[in-house]
Design a protein around this ligand. Structure first.
Ligand SMILES: Cc1cc2nc3c(=O)[nH]c(=O)nc-3n(C[C@H](O)[C@H](O)[C@H](O)COP(=O)(O)O)c2cc1C
Length: 414
């Protein structure tokens, strides 16, 4: 009988291969259900156990680096403007402790990295020892309830609501200082007891602005630096080649590298919103810039990548303009934990975890208004409605710590 060509021997360099059938590298992107099936098969010597397969995928445990999470529901960073004098307050402790529970990951609202970084009133800071001390009781209260606590660090850059004053203009010489501010803020976050930090490279704030603005050309002046990059400028400057991509993303990569160097790669996440659009500009090549940064993060081994869905950027609301799975190329490019955010509810969160599109799902407005959100998801209970008018007000209670818990509601109903 003639040999099947596929099954004939082959010499590849110094290696003698018995036949031509090769195991392709398995992609790590596989569906949650397949994962469960494979594990069930392995554990039970071929007997497929369906135990766990009926569990809501969103509510199954997950290991993120050294951190054991009880489920996939994460508190997204939400600025609440209630840290008077840029210092965390006792009511901040209550707010975060209300949302803490064993194994839940909470990401604290954006904390300013320097005096010039705070374009909003009453946001917490992380540039002074006094601010570190103010954060400590908040972190302790969250840890006492068994939760994990990361702190988002930001610089608002030129994105500043006009009522809070003109945004600072950045001079080239200030850039190393800005990078160092992120490093120091990260160090301070760890000193305050946080488990890690999330670099805010999203929503048009400073780190994000650096790939909208050309800031590293020898011939540019301050006026030019403050203008968004137009597509023709990018073409003229050859920004589509990798060298220019490096220049455009340089500030972001410098910040990530400095923070990783300071607190260790296992304690750093990065937040991106590649498709964000703002009055003063939007990213002309969101995929390229985000992918460049994500590849950089992946090489370093950054703990997690947290990405805002384009639908949030398209209409800023519970939009229906979503293109499903638009973040998939980013998910595939990143081997660490991938967190998605923006307009998710229980069912959609469940779906994306089940499909392997995301490891974790973060909730902003729903978690803000439902301190026991994971428990409500577990019971498939109703949700409190968020009150938009109190999102950024400064009252220590109203619209902040006064959203009812499920028990309370049931108690009232009974
Ligand atoms: C009141 C409020 C404050 C926010 N503050 C921040 C912030 O500090 N940092 C950040 O990255 N995103 C911030 N966001 C965006 C949220 O993290 C999240 O991306 C957005 O609410 C969409 O998610 P959701 O549909 O789950 O609410 C804020 C959103 C709201 C409503």
């Amino acid at each position: 009988m003639e040999a099947t060509p596929l099954l004939t021997p082959y010499k590849m360099g110094e290696f003698n291969v018995a036949h031509r059938v090769v195991l392709a590298p398995a992609t790590r992107y596989r569906s949650y259900r397949n994962q469960l099936k494979q594990e069930a098969t392995r554990n039970n010597s071929g007997v497929l156990s369906c135990e766990g397969m009926d569990a809501t995928p969103l509510l199954t445990p997950y290991k993120m680096g050294e951190f054991n999470l009880a489920h996939r529901v994460v508190l997204a960073p939400v600025t609440r403007c209630r840290s008077y004098g840029n210092l965390a307050q006792p009511h901040n402790t209550l707010y975060y402790a209300q949302r803490a529970a064993p194994g839940v990951l909470l990401i604290a609202e954006a904390s300013a990295v320097s005096e010039t970084a705070k374009a909003y009133p009453h946001v917490p800071g992380l540039w002074s020892q006094e601010q570190v001390e103010a954060w400590k009781p908040v972190v302790d209260a969250v840890h006492a309830k068994g939760a994990l606590f990361f702190c988002q660090i930001w610089h608002t850059g030129s994105s500043s609501p006009t009522e809070f004053g003109a945004p600072p203009k950045l001079e080239r010489e200030e850039i190393p200082q800005m990078v160092n501010d992120f490093r120091v803020a990260a160090r301070n976050a760890i000193k305050a007891g946080f488990d890690g930090v999330e670099i805010h490279a999203a929503n048009g704030f400073l780190v994000n602005q650096f790939w909208w603005f050309l800031g590293d050309k020898d011939d540019d002046d301050t006026a030019e630096k403050s203008k968004p990059v137009q597509r023709d400028q990018l073409m003229k400057n050859g920004a589509s080649d990798s060298g220019s991509l490096e220049i455009l993303c340089r500030f972001a990569t410098d910040v990530v590298a400095a923070v990783v160097d300071e607190v260790g790669v296992d304690h750093v996440g990065v937040r991106l919103s590649p498709f964000a659009e703002y009055v003063d500009g939007s990213d002309v090549d969101p995929e390229a810039h985000a992918l460049h940064l994500i590849h950089f993060m992946d090489k370093l081994g950054v703990l997690y990548c947290h990405v805002v869905e384009p639908r949030m950027c398209a209409d800023g609301e519970d939009g229906k303009l979503a293109i499903p799975h638009r973040l998939l190329p980013f998910r595939k490019a990143f081997r660490g934990t991938f967190i998605v955010n923006g307009g998710y509810d229980r069912d959609e969160g469940d779906k994306v975890v089940s499909e392997g599109y995301a490891d974790l799902v973060s909730y902003g407005r729903l978690f803000l208004a439902n301190p026991d959100l994971p428990e409500r998801f577990r019971r498939n209970a109703g949700l409190n409605k968020y009150d938009r008018s109190t999102f950024y007000t400064s009252d220590p209670v109203v619209g902040y710590t006064d959203y009812p818990f499920l028990e309370h509601e049931i108690g009232v109903a009974n």
